[in-house]
Design a protein around this ligand. Structure first.
Ligand code: SAM
Ligand code: DTB
Ligand code: SF4
Length: 350
């Protein structure tokens, strides 16, 4: 595919327009683009594990693990390496292909690094893809993790630069962009997205998408979280997000970052099957699988399996080669000729 088809010059204004398109037009465009790059019936599944829970010094207003809020999340020590590897084995047996380890840290301490690196090596040795989310990384720690074999690093921008200060004061937007740059320069794949439903405006959602799409390379993985409202956090009484706006944002992420995996991330426990189906139609092709996110519930694996079976979704690795140019699909006059993914190229089965 040709480099010009992947854009890094999105403006907030045009993204706001994209988000406001008639719903059917927006979803048609998103699904059409999705089919150029991915098997439309395949969803990648990752399992999450909290390797260090609670007592985080940061003040992220959405987070049950911040030490500043009384949420009932108990402080726990970092898990033993062996225990993490046992959890990874179980995740693999349950059908996950990526294991994501999260820690309630501002950034990892030097003293924790040997254990963290041993976890990466041990999980990778099981044949799983590895992902970590440990807070901010400097160049040195990013390169140590990359050398240990870490495939992905998750670090979210969370929201627009303008709304960010209403949500987090203990680290800046620039700090987050620096971490993403260190991860990218160390050669790891970037996983970065945000949260919807924190009281942000439509323009803030456009602003978040523009920040992600205009990074030097699109994140390989873009988690779109719906706020999980946890009692005790400043956002516990936030108004419910309109589900259609959530689906619209997934569709816009798919259109703006055509080759990225868009992850329907936190918040699925609150979503109907129909809503999740619409998110997959809008271009989401990754989920967290297993009954717990970090500290909050996620749908049980058998519930997800039942939904996948109803939707004819399989969970194999995806095809990412573009068969044709994207330009036509990025205009409202999109032709119908790119609609059909050639399923014969995929051997995926449930
Ligand atoms: N402490 C590290 C950090 O913040 O970079 C890594 C773990 S942190 C829990 C990872 C991400 O989870 C956050 O950036 C945020 O986007 C998401 N998250 C946390 N609490 C959430 C909630 N209540 N609802 C939705 N997403 C949430
Ligand atoms: C992401 O974007 N969402 C995940 C993962 N990256 C680490 C975390 C969601 C956390 C939801 C709240 C909790 O379970 O504590
Ligand atoms: Fe800490 Fe991460 Fe939660 Fe922020 S999101 S309070 S950094 S665990």
């Amino acid at each position: 595919m040709n480099a010009e088809t992947i854009r890094h010059d999105w403006t907030v204004e045009e993204t706001e327009q994209l988000l406001k398109l008639p719903f059917n037009d927006l979803l048609f465009r998103a699904q059409s683009i999705h089919r150029q790059f991915f098997d439309p019936n395949a969803v990648q599944v990752s399992t999450l594990l909290s390797i260090k829970t609670g007592a985080c010094p940061e003040d992220c207003a959405y987070c049950p693990q911040s030490s500043r809020y009384s949420t009932g999340v108990q402080r726990e020590r970092m898990m033993e390496v062996e225990a993490v590897i046992e959890k990874a084995k179980a995740a693999k047996a349950a059908g996950s292909d990526r294991f994501c380890m999260g820690a309630a840290w501002r950034s990892p301490h030097e003293r924790d690094m040997p254990y963290v690196l041993a976890m990466v090596k041990g999980v990778k040795a099981l044949g799983l893809e590895t992902c970590m989310t440990l807070g901010m990384l400097d160049e040195g720690k990013a390169s140590d993790l990359a050398e240990a074999g870490l495939d992905y690093y998750n670090h979210n921008l969370d929201t627009s630069p303008e709304f960010y200060g209403d949500i987090i004061t203990t680290r800046t937007y620039a700090d987050r962009l620096d971490t993403l740059s260190n991860v990218r320069n160390a050669g790891m794949k970037v996983c970065s997205g945000g949260i919807l439903g924190m009281g942000e405006s439509h323009r803030d959602r456009a602003g978040l998408l523009v920040q992600l799409a205009n990074l030097p390379a699109h994140p390989d993985s873009v988690p779109i979280n719906q706020l999980v409202k946890v009692s005790g956090t400043p956002l516990e009484n936030e108004a419910d997000l309109d589900p259609l706006d959530f689906i619209r944002t997934i569709a816009a992420a798919r259109i703006m970052m055509p080759k990225s995996h868009v992850r329907l991330s936190a918040g699925r426990e609150e979503m109907s099957e129909e809503m999740q189906a619409m998110c997959f139609f809008a271009g989401a092709n990754s989920i967290f699988y297993g009954e717990c996110l970090l500290t909050t519930p996620n749908p049980a694996a058998n519930k997800d399996q039942a939904l996948f079976a109803k939707l004819g979704i399989n969970t194999q690795h995806q095809v990412t080669e573009a068969p044709q140019e994207l330009d036509d699909l990025l205009t409202p006059e999109a032709p119908n000729n790119a609609l059909f993914y050639d399923a014969s190229q995929s051997s995926a089965v449930q």
